[in-house]
Design a protein around this ligand. Structure first.
Ligand code: KG4
Ligand code: ZN
Length: 343
């Protein structure tokens, strides 16, 4: 079964095709250079770019794989969370295709898709604790099955990726700065105690990174990093460590709350961070458990994860009608899937 996945929740326009849950091909237009001019995503520009790119990317993807539109069996699209205008562009395109090709439509939760994407190239195991960390979200889930993901914790203010991007901006790094900051950190050493591990003295699984963002910007100013590469590298390693250790503390807390769960799944753009991967690998080694971290190619926003998740849902008989709503960040995604015959 060929499933087309469409991703347009933020600033990447992505399309991908999976065949029975295996990736056939994917295509992506990144808007990063446009938003870099402004130091962050400009929602109006993002939705305009999605509108401009969806058609040509669809044509190019099908053409280079010798697939015609009528070969597609299912249309999967990100319905949220994300920027509303961006989501609307992808959803409108998906509904147009579903209607004209007379194929089923499925709206996919972007955050669930990040977590499930680990199943694209690795053996996923359930139950698992799932951690999705990106520019807009830092959340912890209990993953009972591919179709039953229960959120247990979330970012109360800034997400971890936002801290990397905004602090990176102050250092003069181009948006999105997480990867460059992580690269610089590889040649530095964390300065002990220089940055706080935020919001850990409680017993919940939520995150609050806004205080760390302010503290890091203040520390960067104090250290006068402009002309000292060594100090800059150490500063980046310090920020990497503070974020990675904070996330690891909450991951360990989630695992301790469910002693029967021995699998930790890590996904989202920040999952590419090397300090975070190392912290969580150490944690799972200590606990004799297993870390399933998304492959770097599936960490950042991509449409393969949408096609894959859509296929999982359709295989179980879940679909949407044309009234499937795009849901922006901050609004709960409704449980409004229609039950039909499994595809
Ligand atoms: O999942 P994603 O592509 O988009 C959102 O849904 O937000 O995540 C993008 C975020 C950005 O904040 C980017 O700076 C961050 O992921 N990121 C990283 C790394 N690679 C990407 N953050 C830290 N270390 C990295 N290696
Ligand atoms: Zn994402």
């Amino acid at each position: 079964m060929l499933c087309l996945g469409i991703e347009s929740s933020c600033d990447d326009t992505g399309l991908a095709i999976t065949c029975d849950g295996r990736l056939v091909d994917s295509i992506l237009a990144s808007q990063a250079p446009i938003h870099a001019i402004f130091g962050g995503v400009v929602p109006e520009l993002a939705s305009r770019e999605h509108g401009r790119w969806l058609g040509p990317l669809f044509d190019a993807l099908l053409k280079r794989n010798n697939i015609t539109p009528t070969d597609l069996d299912l249309i999967a699209v990100t319905r949220g969370p994300g920027l509303l205008g961006s989501l609307l562009a992808g959803c409108a395109f998906a509904k147009g295709l579903a209607l004209t090709l007379e194929r089923p439509l499925i709206g996919v939760n972007h955050l669930h898709a990040h977590l499930l994407a680990t199943g694209l190239d690795q053996n996923m195991a359930f139950p698992a604790i799932g951690m999705v960390v990106s520019g807009g979200h830092s959340e912890i889930y209990r993953m009972e099955s591919p179709l039953n993901l229960v959120r247990m914790g979330r970012a109360l203010d800034d997400a971890a990726g936002e801290v990397f991007d905004k602090v990176g901006n102050c250092l003069g790094l181009a948006y999105p700065a997480g990867r460059q900051l992580d690269n610089l950190a590889q040649n530095g050493r964390p300065i002990p105690g220089a940055l706080p591990l935020p919001y850990i003295k409680n017993d919940n699984l939520d995150f609050s990174f806004s205080g760390l963002k302010t503290a890091a910007i203040e520390l960067a100013k104090k250290l006068n990093l402009e002309k000292n590469q060594e100090k800059l590298n150490d500063f980046c390693a310090t920020l990497n460590f503070a974020i990675a250790r904070t996330l690891a503390i909450k991951a360990e807390r989630a695992l301790s709350n469910y002693p029967e769960i021995s699998v930790l799944c890590l996904a989202g753009g920040v999952a590419a961070n090397r300090a975070l991967r190392q912290e969580l690998a150490n944690l799972m080694e200590r606990r004799n458990g297993r870390l399933i971290a998304a492959s770097p190619q599936f960490c950042m926003d991509n449409a393969a994860m949408i096609a894959y998740s859509g296929w999982l849902l359709a295989k179980a008989g879940f679909f949407h009608d044309l009234d499937c709503e795009a849901i922006p960040r901050g609004r709960k995604i409704p449980e409004d899937m229609r039950k039909g015959d499994p595809l």
